[in-house]
Ligand binder design. Structure first.
Ligand code: ZN
Ligand code: ZN
Length: 356
């Protein structure tokens, strides 16, 4: 089978791998859609084994892998089960089932793994597409414990969205315990922020979308933002006050990255405001009393989602008919991976996906 490997320094290779065979408790998924993610660019631009080390993740060395081991990229997998290994209960998963893969694997017995948060495994999580083979390939071998059924209402590319960006937005919304009583500001309107806008709108929440790129600001309206603000033209905090009768929003989600948006996400909320930080780059610099304690605000760090959270997200999207396919602006064939990442590297467009 084919598999796309990041070699670092913007070099990418499509290599031939043996077709995987499922071991006990495993399945082989025939990939139908594999999303391209902003986080892929770190591994595309840098040396994957070095990047992993710098992020403090359990890397190649700890696994006894050489620094240049060819690991297949892609961590937003969706497809159909092509084969199952011994010991897989047919009542759970069978050949032909449409599935999304939860792209982290853990020890399966620590508290985090038991509660479905395998990315936080006490023994260090394995991330598919980073240290274990991912979905930019014809097939992918995974434990069935990482699989979630894809509802019939959702397309394969929709499943790929849920596997990462949309699932992350849904996770943050859940952590904030948002309801239709809230007003929400979403900072950063890339795939995660846009998903937050779209999901919040489907929940009946009045949402304000903020970005510094004019085309992203304009685009957010069609995803259900009640109001949009171009942060390069106007001060978002001031504008949000105007839109909320001087109060501020009850909640905000920060998906932009950098320091400024994080501060604005805090400052734009009313007293008792709840803030979810999602973008991993940048620092939060706030005054403890003036910005947090005196305002009775709650600041949450929200790192992706759990296995059960991914399933909840799929169920919600299916039942509300949320058109997540619209998040993808570019569809590619795996053989065009080199061009796909060269274009994606410019960060001028939207979100890409490989379709099979
Ligand atoms: Zn991703
Ligand atoms: Zn664990």
């Amino acid at each position: 089978m084919r598999g796309v490997v990041f070699r670092g320094n913007r070099i990418l290779e499509t290599l031939n791998f043996e077709d995987p065979i499922p071991g006990p408790g495993e399945a082989v998924v025939e990939i139908k859609a594999s999303g391209m993610c902003g986080s892929d660019l770190h591994y595309y631009r840098g040396q994957p084994s070095q990047i992993i080390k710098s992020l403090g993740l359990k890397g190649f060395e700890e696994r006894g892998l050489p620094a240049d081991a060819p690991i297949i990229a892609g961590h937003e997998p969706c497809g159909v089960i092509a084969a199952v290994g011994p010991g897989v209960d047919p009542a759970s998963f069978r050949v032909g089932d449409r599935v999304i893969v939860f792209h982290y694997e853990g020890c399966s017995h620590c508290d985090h793994c038991r509660t479905g948060w395998t990315q936080m495994c006490d023994h260090g999580a394995d991330i598919h597409g980073v240290v274990k083979h991912g979905a930019h390939a014809d097939y992918m071998r995974v434990p069935v414990s990482t699989l979630v059924h894809l509802p019939d209402e959702i397309s394969f590319i929709g499943g790929a969205a849920i596997a990462c960006g949309t699932g992350t937005a849904y996770g943050a919304i859940g952590r904030l315990n948002l309801s239709a009583r809230d007003t929400l500001a979403v900072f950063g309107l890339g795939p995660v922020g846009l998903s937050a806008v779209q999901l919040a709108a489907a929940m009946g929440i009045e949402t304000i979308g903020i970005d510094i790129a004019a085309d992203r600001v304009e685009n957010a309206k069609s995803f259900g933002a009640a109001h949009v603000i171009n942060g390069s033209e106007k001060d978002p905090v001031e504008e949000i006050r105007k839109l909320t009768k001087g109060k501020g929003v009850t909640c905000s989600i920060e998906c932009a990255g950098g320091d400024v948006a994080k501060q604005q996400a805090v400052s734009s909320t009313a007293p008792w405001g709840r803030i979810a930080l999602v973008a991993i780059s940048g620092n939060l610099n706030v005054a403890a009393m003036k910005d947090v304690i005196g305002k009775q605000r709650t600041i949450i760090g929200s790192y992706t989602f759990s296995e059960v959270g991914m399933k909840d997200c799929a169920t919600f999207i299916a039942s509300k008919g949320v058109d997540v396919d619209r998040l993808f602006t570019d569809r590619w064939k795996l053989d065009d991976a080199e061009l796909a990442y060269r274009e994606f590297d410019k960060q001028a467009g939207g979100k890409g996906v490989f379709v099979f």
